[in-house]
Write a protein that binds this ligand. Structure first.
Ligand code: PMP
Length: 348
């Protein structure tokens, strides 16, 4: 009888958060009108032909200010994570991460048969740079750091990131900048000095293109060239590639969305503080809030009031916490009203 490898059988089934109407940190304002116009103008042969990433990779590299050969376009950052895991991890290797962080990292790591070393968070959920440095071992082959982090929304100081990159020259260090546009700093300028550093970006968040699946992996040209050897040549679809230049060209759309989200984020944080809820500073398009023991009821009340929010209580260090995506101005108006009511209800 056909059996997948033990490492795959041991994985838990992926629970689609969409079925629970949970939140996914998308851009609730949608995408740029320019991208929509491009989609509407596609013709038959645009979709009949296999896609070619080359022009798109040049456009992204130019936009990011990095050499053309240091960029690989991926089917979302998720695809880049799979590639990194497959390239650097195998049986007997270790992947290192600090919890709580993006839930897909350990899944991709475990699927390779590698051991995932997870650092338990402190109460404040700050990135434990000292512990990460202490856990780097000869077997450490991949270190994944989301910056800004998901689900906390917090950032790691650049010096701490560079410390890790320098301390693990034989490991690939991924700095996942999925939420960069919402206020994070970037490590892209450091790429030429660190051959083991990778930076990931996505069009799923600020650009509002999560459904198109378009991600970017930037790294040392010799490493990117190796990843290309086994990456599907058609991993990024033709529709996404056709929209890429328009998405990059409409920076006004991105700026407007980001400005609106930052305002909403500040209002959401201020209200949480006013209500006496523990809330973390956020540099992303979501906020982590500790609502307490009655977190499930809170999520239910919010759902009944039309807001699907993510219960992240099961994540290490996040007991009683929910993660809330910041939407448009009017969505935030309604969200704040719903939250006040939900907090009142769980406190009654
Ligand atoms: N990295 C982080 C930190 C994320 O939060 C997410 C999406 N939730 C991803 C990567 C995946 O992004 P993409 O849509 O580009 O696959």
């Amino acid at each position: 009888m056909l059996k997948p490898r033990a490492a795959i059988v041991a994985l838990d089934a992926y629970q689609s958060p969409i079925a629970d109407r949970a939140d996914l940190n998308e851009n609730t304002a949608g995408c740029s009108d320019r991208v929509l116009a491009r989609l509407r103008a596609l013709n038959k042969s645009d979709v009949a032909m296999y896609p070619d990433r080359t022009a798109g990779e040049r456009a992204v590299a130019d936009y990011l200010g990095v050499p053309h050969d240091s960029v690989l376009l991926t089917n979302g950052i998720d695809d880049g994570l799979l590639l990194l895991s497959a390239a650097y991890l195998g049986e007997g290797d270790e992947m290192l991460l600090a919890d709580p962080t993006f839930v897909m990292y350990p899944i991709y790591g475990r699927a390779t048969g590698a051991q995932v070393v997870r650092i338990t968070p402190a109460e404040d959920l700050a990135f434990p740079v000292g512990e990460v440095l202490a856990r780097i071992a000869p077997r450490t082959r991949l270190i994944t750091i989301a910056n800004p982090n998901n689900p906390t929304g917090t950032v790691v100081p650049q010096e701490a990131l560079l410390h890790v990159v320098k301390a693990a020259p034989d490991a690939a260090v991924l700095v996942d900048e999925a939420y960069f546009e919402f206020g994070g700093e970037t490590l892209l300028p450091q790429l030429p000095s660190h051959p083991n550093l990778f930076v990931a970006r996505t069009f799923s968040k600020a650009y509002g293109l999560a459904g198109l699946r378009l991600g970017v992996l930037a790294g040392a040209p010799e490493q990117i060239e190796c990843l290309r050897r086994f990456c599907s040549p058609f991993n990024v679809n033709a529709v996404a590639l056709a929209c890429l230049k328009d998405a990059l060209a409409d920076q006004e759309f991105v700026r407007d969305c980001v400005a609106q989200i930052k305002q909403g984020r500040a209002r959401l944080i201020a209200m949480c503080e006013e209500l006496g809820l523990r809330v973390w500073p956020s540099y992303a398009n979501f906020v982590l809030v500790r609502v307490g023991q009655r977190h499930r009821e809170f999520v239910d009340v919010m759902a009944r009031r039309g807001f699907a929010i993510r219960d992240v209580s099961a994540n290490p260090g996040c007991a009683g916490c929910v993660r809330i995506t910041v939407g448009t101005r009017s969505q935030v108006d309604n969200l704040l009203l719903a939250m006040r009511a939900a907090v009142e209800q769980i406190r009654s």
